[in-house]
Design a protein around this ligand. Structure first.
Ligand SMILES: Nc1ncnc2c1ncn2[C@@H]1O[C@H](COP(=O)(O)OP(=O)(O)OP(=O)(O)O)[C@@H](O)[C@H]1O
Ligand SMILES: [Mg+2]
Length: 256
């Protein structure tokens, strides 16, 4: 391992780095043979940073975010999240760690259809037991209020619009107050106005100190994030510092 990367991993272990990937390669077995979706990727994200991950379809964005979220494991290389190596831990340990440390938001919301919105938000709290049982229902409602869907709390997911479901999914991602939020095309299934409001929510999270890694195709995202990382064929093609501003946080506002 080169010295600089060793330093990155050591810094990650001390806590001022939220995410550190070193030489992360992911290969998938396909009928046509082994396919390299990520090719020796090195990426360090500081605590509190707001990073957009962009690139063409098939460039490896979801694969990368799945490595950070611990949804999938690298073929080789190291992934450190919030000071812990996650590439080689047991699945049962990983699930608890993930529940406390990382909030995950998906393109298709993935709310459980048989639970109410409030129950969906309470589920990660019940799983991780960070908050006492007596606190959980009120916390779920506070989080739903924070993302603007408090009045939907007792409905089932199918009764909500896409934008409302995604807001609820963001509330669920915040359930255990994780330091890190990752999202894979959270606006991919929303109309542009709703998408803008959801991006604004991620901006709010970043401003409140969360580390946010956001996979997106939103055209103007570079204007609101700290950094934009572009993937091409499983490699980081560019890594550009953005222009996030503290005083104005929607894409539209920044355009004005
Ligand atoms: N489980 C898998 N088995 C085989 N190949 C896979 C698997 N998952 C992803 N791939 C391949 O790896 C490459 C990267 O996929 P990935 O889903 O990370 O792309 P992406 O950048 O998220 O694309 P999109 O913008 O369409 O979501 C693609 O060529 C994809 O076909
Ligand atoms: Mg994807």
């Amino acid at each position: 391992m080169p010295l600089t990367d060793c330093k990155d991993m050591a810094a990650a272990a001390r806590g001022n780095t939220a995410i550190a990937m070193h030489a992360v390669t992911k290969r998938f077995a396909t009928p046509a043979g082994s396919f390299t979706a990520l090719d020796a990727v090195n990426l360090t994200i500081a605590s509190g940073e707001f990073v957009a991950i962009v690139g063409k379809s098939g460039s490896g964005k979801s694969t990368l975010i799945n490595m950070i979220a611990g949804i999938d494991r690298p073929t080789c290389g190291e992934v450190m999240v919030a000071g812990s190596r996650i590439d080689d831990v047991r699945e049962s340990d990983l699930a608890k760690f993930r529940g406390r440390t990382i909030g995950i938001v998906f393109q298709f919301f993935q709310l459980l259809p048989t639970l109410t919105i409030a129950e969906n938000v309470m589920l990660p709290m019940d799983f991780c037991a960070v908050y006492p049982p007596a606190r959980r229902a009120a916390r779920a409602r506070e989080l739903l209020d924070r993302v603007g869907v408090a009045e939907q709390a007792d409905k089932f997911p199918t009764a909500l619009s896409g934008g409302q479901q995604q807001r609820a999914a963001i509330a669920r991602a915040l359930a255990n107050d994780p330091a890190i939020i990752v999202a894979d095309e959270p606006t991919g299934n929303l109309d542009s106005r709703t998408a803008e409001a959801v991006i604004a929510l991620f901006c709010d999270l970043a401003r409140s100190g969360k580390t946010v890694a956001l996979v997106t195709h939103e055209r103007d995202i570079a204007r609101v994030v700290d950094r934009t990382v572009t993937l091409t064929d499983g490699r980081i093609a560019t890594d550009i510092v953005g222009r996030r501003r503290g005083d104005s946080h929607t894409i539209k506002e920044l355009d004005a």
